[in-house]
Design a protein around this ligand. Structure first.
Ligand SMILES: Nc1ncnc2c1ncn2[C@@H]1O[C@H](COP(=O)(O)OP(=O)(O)OP(=O)(O)O)[C@@H](O)[C@H]1O
Ligand SMILES: [Mg+2]
Length: 150
């Protein structure tokens, strides 16, 4: 079994104006291949902050994050974007789909950025796997009731 994610002594301090908020203090965590992990806690306890740091979306105040053996702290913004494209799938509470692209185009986009030749075929197969075969040309606003009312 190999290690997917390793978090070492992670600290996150938000500064807004002259106020500082320490959200994560000394977090250590290892997630192995094949594991399913739920991070639970009260609202405001730092779950989204932790997820954002683990997904290389944000930089911690201190501590180390290793994703698939790659230490992400020293990477540039562009290098972190490559890591995210290659290794991370992230479903935000509000999805963050591009509203002007169809479901198929939304799924194709990261594949095209990776330089995958058959991006359209690959995206179609992925959508089929999650039961969206007949709705590939739908826009995000047409895909779920929840999204429609947002
Ligand atoms: N960019 C930011 N700047 C300043 N403070 C922030 C920022 N993002 C989050 N916070 C604060 O950090 C704390 C942790 O927020 P976070 O969103 O990580 O919590 P959460 O556990 O995901 O909460 P919820 O269950 O409501 O989603 C909160 O007090 C929040 O107000
Ligand atoms: Mg949250």
């Amino acid at each position: 079994m190999s290690t997917i994610l390793k978090v070492d002594n992670l600290n996150m301090l938000y500064t807004s104006g002259n106020r500082q908020l320490s959200v994560l203090q000394g977090i250590n965590m290892i997630i192995e291949e094949g594991e399913t992990v739920a991070i639970t806690g009260p609202s405001g306890s730092g779950k989204t902050t932790l997820m954002g740091l683990c997904a290389a979306l944000d930089n911690p105040t201190s501590g180390e994050i290793t994703l698939f053996g790659n230490l992400i702290n020293p990477l540039s913004e562009d290098e972190r974007a490559v890591m995210r494209n290659k290794y991370v799938g992230f479903i935000f509470q509000n999805f963050q789909l591009l509203p002007s692209l169809t479901a198929l185009e939304n799924v194709m986009l990261p594949l095209e950025l990776q330089g995958i030749k058959d991006a359209e075929k690959e995206a179609a197969l992925l959508l089929e796997r999650v039961g969206l075969k007949d709705r590939m040309t739908h826009y995000p606003s047409q895909l779920s009731e929840e999204n429609n009312s947002a």
